[in-house]
Design a protein around this ligand. Sequence first.
Ligand code: ADP
Ligand code: MG
Length: 281
Amino acid sequence: MKEAMVKCENVSFKYRAVEGEEEKYAVNGVSFEVEKGEFLVVLGHNGSGKSTIAKHMNALLIPSDGTVIVDGLDTKDQKNLWEIRSRAGMVFQNPDNQLVATIVEEDVAFGPENLGVEPEEIRKRVDESLKKVGMYEYRRHAPHLLSGGQKQRIAIAGILAMKPKCIIFDEPTAMLDPSGRREVLKNIKEINEMYGITIVLITHYMDEAAQADRVIVMDEGKVILEGKPREVFSNVKEMKEIGLDVPQVTELCYELKNSGINIDTNILNVDEMVDALCQLR
Ligand code: ADP
Ligand code: MG
């Protein structure tokens, strides 16, 4: 068993009740691990508890019940807070809410400055991080004039400059156009593959989920499916029942199988579909 980057043990969380409304669990008895170096995707429809569990992974929220351990540190222990936040960074949906400075490089420097990193080292980290997301040429630009995808890449550079071991992305492509979405996903994959940073990606795009090492599916505050993308997506009926899609080709195979054609349903992309269809003859 590989070492865990994040370990959630029987985690439950309740937001404080709003006047007149009943208190209910946003996350209810969730247990899973994120391995070091892994690219994990979390799926689930709106309100299933994805953002709530994500915020537990860098101690923005502390479980009402259960335990979250980040890189060996218990999030409940107040003295671990800074260490946890520097090891596990978060990128959110709206890039405009994450950019604080008027110049790109100042924005990227903000995180390491807060961690008390030496100025010379900050300079180095800012340049490196901007190069990693392909935004170095824009270092003197004003963030608000950039595209959504570019802004999100600046936000990612800002996290990279803190040298985290793990980055949690909460629907980072939801507000982007298709080209921005592709750019950002490419960055995320590179950060994982080239620099070995552990990735937790919350998304509702199945093509993004298909690229993960492992997928967990949440529904009503619980984890209901977990496995490799092709294992999870082969549960076409369960996925549809909770209002989620599967990749188009997976669904097509499922429908073919249902109509009596003996085709493999463990299919994730067009190339595999073509192979499976060719084998029918
Ligand atoms: P997801 O990210 O999967 O859409 P969330 O974790 O945001 O789900 O929400 C899970 C549940 O918690 C929902 O029922 C939502 O209404 C509730 N919730 C989320 N944020 C708050 C909050 N700040 N205060 C009260 N309830 C909240
Ligand atoms: Mg959410």
